[in-house]
Design a protein around this ligand. Structure first.
Ligand code: GRF
Length: 197
């Protein structure tokens, strides 16, 4: 049975593109919706250009009421009836209530080798700590930020003259390989760890 995948983003959507491109041929899943929390997320244009269904729920009118925003997001997601939700640069912290509704079916990509560097500014923090190895992680989403079971990791060597931007760019290349590789396995019911390269 083909699995239905919704992708949530806030930014440029390069991970969304990598995921959507991967879901062809004998892949066990297909993208059914790309959602953003703002109408001007660049990833929505990219998704439309790929012929994908898109929509957004703007978080701003909800003020600080995260639960009300998430109810609207959830309602729109349910219309697309996804089996799997992929967070791909979705920059809203999700409440436990929302996460519980999708737990076991929701993945996230995080630009660090978790459990190191949860949260923001991961590349700068890895450089400041003098890491020689950095990378990215795909994990199941649980209520604690960046803490769910790890499904895949890709490593990137830190170079002596790296800046946060140069390091981020190399990690992003690996994100685009790792996330599709994990999704393919996950959609087939396989939660074994993917390690790259
Ligand atoms: C990626 O680095 C992702 O890991 C992070 O946000 C970035 C999103 O990039 N959480 P894009 O929108 O997929 O290009």
């Amino acid at each position: 049975m083909t699995r239905r995948v919704a992708i949530l983003l806030s930014g440029g959507g390069s991970n969304m593109v990598a995921l959507a491109r991967s879901m062809t041929g004998d892949h066990p899943a297909r993208p059914v919706l790309v959602m953003a929390n703002s109408a001007d997320a660049g990833g929505l244009d990219k998704a439309r250009a790929m012929g994908l269904e898109t929509d957004f729920v703007d978080h701003r009118p909800f003020g600080g009421d995260r639960a009300a925003f998430e109810d609207a997001l959830h309602a729109r997601l349910m219309q697309a009836a996804p089996d799997i939700v992929c967070l791909a640069g979705f920059m809203r912290v999700l409440t436990e209530g929302f996460v519980r509704r999708w737990q076991g079916r929701m993945l996230n990509i995080h630009p660090s080798l978790l459990p190191k560097y949860r949260g923001l500014h991961t590349h700068a923090r890895a450089l400041a700590a003098g890491e020689s190895l950095h990378g990215c992680t795909v994990h199941e989403v649980t209520p604690e930020l960046d803490e769910g079971p790890i499904l895949g990791q890709a490593t990137v060597a830190v170079l002596p003259d790296d800046t946060p931007d140069t390091l981020a760019a190399r990690v992003l290349v690996m994100e685009h390989q790792l996330y599709p590789a994990v999704l393919r396995r996950f959609a087939a019911g396989d939660r074994s760890l993917v390690t790259l390269p």
